[in-house]
Write a protein that binds this ligand. Structure first.
Ligand SMILES: Nc1ncnc2c1ncn2[C@@H]1O[C@H](COP(=O)(O)OP(=O)(O)OP(=O)(O)O)[C@@H](O)[C@H]1O
Length: 592
């Protein structure tokens, strides 16, 4: 990001453009043309400037000889050394600038690719995400993006530090003695050919390594997520054994892939250096005036030094090749996931909505009707409690508003059928928190704000009574919560998720059992906040815990596929089961 450029500017320029063809590697280069231009200019200066090294070395050798023979003075030597140091300083400065911009270029691409990945996941339905195992899919994809971008960074660095430098050295050799240069230049291509032969071997072991790393990632997530289940059911030992096997496989494939990458370059270098013998033979003939051209000591030293540098560089060409292969493996895996996200990625929150359900029912595709005949109206400022025995369809009703479950009858938001709204329109109107807090392996801050800087995370945490606990954590709101929030207690996870839902509050908020892991005092305190924020919103609160239902504006009771609605008082009279449950909860509270 250029200094002084905001994230917003970036969205308008760079990253948005890359999203046009995110599955084409070239589009990232086109989008990042500015840092690439800086890399090109500084890269050319650096690599062509490298020729100054052998040239000065030749001059210095000649000057030293001339000083000994009295043709030159020590001050000439000193001047030459000063010029050498100044030129090398300038060239190294260009190298620093080049590296800086290559890093920036790589960081920008990394961010673009990850935004495309996140963007696509955001647009998937809850069902699709559950099917695909979004967490592990994303973890693997993110590490592939890192590997791929690292390859692009190395490629961009080496295309100058190796490609241009090689050309410059080759041109210099040809300039000094084209015949000897051509003879010597036969050796490096031979080492390239060998690198090419090794390509499939390196590629195969890299693919095996990547696959093993992916399997290990999944196994690690599984271990962390299900540790308690394994302990309870006594299968820790068996699972540990399987995990160890996975770890073993990972280590073996990593060592194999690493060995090949490390072992190849020295081999290529030895082959390339074979022609030094030719230089010593034909070069000394040139110095003795019996060769293809006439050289002095400076020319001989320059040629030898220049070829030495070319040979070293040519071994890097093989390294470049290996890193490109490695990146290619990762690119092939992430490419299908880098599809263009839907045009509109951000939805504005809609204004207040009115809600009307008329003989509404819910049924999963191909399954039986879960409930039917629900009729109720609500307007902003109301909290509607939804309750009933287990598996009566409470969550199913909530998911209708997410567009996850098809419905019968009518569900009208602002008088318009819910199914007629686009996904984006619906998202702008409906907020949701399900049973699963679905926390990201990130900080408390990022879990609540999800990147929206204007959200006051401290204030949001205090609304859900979590501010004090978070402030006592090691890094406050920047404390990392671990994969799926494992480092937080169940109640803390639920409140973090609730803070996220409430801070991105939509006109209709569906909360599916948000208080299950909370004590009564905390629940009552949060409920007061909910009431305060429900002034211009409708809140549908699904819960088994009924002591707050007396404060609800309306209640929906669901049982055996049937629904009944009314005020709390009315429901106490017409639904005996509801009245009983309320009594049980009240007695429980009185005894508490
Ligand atoms: N994806 C699905 N496909 C098919 N049937 C489903 C699906 N999800 C839930 N069901 C069925 O729908 C019925 C109602 O489930 P739902 O989760 O809505 O109940 P609930 O009242 O929220 O339960 P609980 O109180 O236990 O949270 C159950 O019989 C369940 O098996």
């Amino acid at each position: 990001m250029a200094e002084g450029t905001t994230m917003c500017d970036r969205k308008e320029s760079g990253i948005r453009t890359a999203w046009k063809k995110p599955d084409q590697i070239g589009s990232y280069f086109v989008t990042e043309w500015k840092p690439l231009l800086a890399v090109t200019v500084s890269g050319l200066i650096y690599n062509i400037g490298l020729l100054a090294g052998p040239w000065f070395e030749g001059r210095l050798a000649q000057c030293l000889l001339d000083v000994f023979t009295g043709k030159k003075f020590f001050t000439d030597m000193l001047l030459l050394v000063c010029a050498y140091v100044a030129v090398i300083g300038f060239v190294q400065g260009a190298r620093y600038i080049k590296r800086f911009y290559v890093r920036r270029f790589a960081n920008d691409i990394n961010r673009s690719m990850k935004q495309v990945l996140y963007g696509n996941l955001v647009h998937k339905s809850v069902g699709e995400l559950e099917k695909e195992g979004a967490g592990s899919l994303l973890t693997k994809a993110v590490s592939d993006v890192d590997a791929c971008v690292e390859g692009i960074r190395k490629f961009t660095t080496e295309i100058f530090d190796t490609g241009i430098a090689l050309l410059a050295y080759a041109a210099m050799l040809l300039w000094y003695d084209w015949r000897l240069a051509l003879l010597c230049l036969l050796f490096p291509p031979f080492s390239y050919l060998m690198a090419e032969k090794m390509k499939t071997v390196v590629e195969r072991s890299n693919a095996a390594y990547k696959e093993s790393a992916g399997r290990l990632n999944t196994a690690t997530l599984d271990r962390a997520g299900n540790a308690v289940t394994y302990r309870i059911y006594g299968c820790e030992k068996q699972r540990s054994g399987m995990y160890e096997k996975q770890l073993d496989d990972y280590e073996k494939t990593a060592v194999r892939a690493g060995m090949q990458v490390v072992a190849m370059p020295p081999l290529y270098q030895v082959i390339s250096m074979g022609s030094t013998v030719l230089i010593l033979y034909f070069g000394s003939k040139n110095v003795l005036n019996s060769g293809w051209t006439v050289w002095n000591i400076a020319a001989f030293t320059t040629f030898l030094s220049c070829y030495g540098k070319l040979a070293v560089k040519s071994s890097k060409a093989a390294k470049l090749f290996n890193s490109v292969q490695k990146a290619n493996v990762s690119w092939k895996r992430i490419r299908p996931l880098l599809t263009e996200p839907p045009e509109e990625t951000e939805e504005k929150t809609a204004g207040a909505v009115s809600l009307k359900l008329d003989q509404a029912g819910g049924a999963y595709p191909g399954g039986k009707q879960i409930f039917d005949g629900l009729t109720i109206s609500a307007k902003p400022g109301q909290i509607i409690g939804i309750t009933g025995p287990v598996a009566c369809g409470k969550s199913t009703l909530g998911k209708i508003f997410l567009g996850e479950v098809p419905y019968t009858g009518h569900v009208l938001l602002n008088g318009k059928e819910l199914s007629e709204y686009s996904d984006r329109e619906r998202r702008s109107m409906v907020g949701w928190q399900g049973h699963d807090p679905e926390l990201l392996a990130d900080s408390v801050r990022n879990n609540v704000a999800l990147g929206e800087e204007q959200i006051d995370v401290g204030r949001e945490l205090s609304r859900v009574c979590l501010d004090r606990e978070v402030s006592e954590m090691e890094n406050g709101i920047d404390t990392l919560v671990g994969s799926r929030g494992v480092r937080l207690s169940g109640g803390q996870q639920a409140r973090t998720a609730l803070a996220r839902t409430l801070s991105h509050a939509k006109p209709l908020i569906v909360l599916d059992d948000p208080f299950a892991a909370l004590d009564r005092n905390t629940e009552e305190e949060i409920f007061r906040e909910l009431k305060a924020m429900s002034k211009d919103r409708i809140i549908l609160l699904i819960s088994h815990r009924l002591y707050l239902f007396g404060q609800m504006d309306q209640v929906i009771w669901m049982e055996n596929g049937q629904t009944q609605t009314g005020t709390h008082e009315k429901m106490l009279q017409i639904v005996p089961e509801y009245a009983n449950l309320c009594k049980v909860w009240k007695e429980g509270a009185d005894h508490a």
